[in-house]
Ligand binder design. Sequence first.
Ligand code: CTP
Length: 403
Amino acid sequence: MSVLSGKKVLLGVTAGIAAYKAAILVRGFIKAGAEVRVIMTPEAKDFVTPLTLSTLSKNEVYSTFVSDDNENAVWNNHVELGLWADFFVIAPATANTLSKMTSGASDNLLLATYLSAKCPVYFAPAMDLDMYKHPSTHHSFEALTSYGNIMIPATSGELASGLEGQGRMAEPEDIVRFIEDDILSKLPLKGKKLLITAGPTYEAIDPVRFIGNHSSGKMGFEIAEASARQGAEVFLITGPTHLQTKSKLITTIRVTSAGEMFDAVTNKFDQVDIAIAAAAVADYRPSRVADQKIKKKESALVINLEPTQDILAYMGSVKKNQFLVGFALETENEVDNAKGKLQRKNLNLIVLNSLNDTGAGFKTETNKVTFIKQDGTVLPQNLKTKTEVAEDLLNLILKEIHV
Ligand code: CTP
């Protein structure tokens, strides 16, 4: 899944021949999962029609401060457009528009929106090679970069004038990739590795039966996606579940039993910066797994159980600089029990789930948790979706590790 998925992209199109590529650029953003709105300078409409861009973006295209809608004048609010956008991308950006952007000129809707935009602004210059080389154009590049705008450099090749040189707008797919890479490189967990355990474990009794639990894996999967959205590389070690991951940054390692989960965790733990144990690991397993299906008999069946290894406690005992987070599912003396687990397992943070709270726990879309920090601070949370709980947990971890 692209980092642009669900993001709002405002595309500014100015009057250069590369404007015809704006159509492909709109498609590229839409394919990446973004919502797109387009503003054009009035002259850009000579190069590509607003109808093409509105059809592709599925949104009205704006080019003037006032539109005539069945003779009713409608004010196109540049401030609203600027605030709506998560990213403003000006492509193609002509020498004329770039120069006006440097000086604060705002004689069209695109420029006024640029001045009002609070989001990151990318610009992809497109012009003839001598215009591109001109000191005034370089002055524009430097000024805009000093304002914090991000330049997507033009490439070299054949230009509309027939000349060869630098000035061709970067190809639409390269513009999309440039922006994705730039966003990724600035995410707070970029360069960090996370290990997350999720789901239930199944402990075999015989070849067809097992001891398991009702965990769906949803909480752990949501934490994995939330971590990837913040740029982390994630190892998701999960017990049996039908859930699938979306982000390319997640490597899913599927296991069945507590023993297999322990092996997978010990294999990865020393490589990671943060580990979060959201799995509902079986505490006991049959001491002996029958080779053949156990046959029904008249008498009671006794299965001897032995403890499994506590994976989280193991991580706590060997951890060096890793930030370690555990979960605690409690039914009584919740906060005290969770604090006890935090100490015993040498954790940095524990997420308490109380089965006494409606909407919390297994097989629900929601969760009501309490975060407890190493210093004993108790942070009760409201009932939220598991996606929101995952975001909150990640934000708290980021605060604790001072990213
Ligand atoms: N956990 C684990 N390995 C186990 C058991 C638990 O990694 N064999 C982890 C869980 O993923 C969770 C935390 O330990 O993060 C707490 O699990 P929980 O079952 O609530 O606690 P236990 O330590 O098993 O204690 P009890 O069952 O007595 O409450």
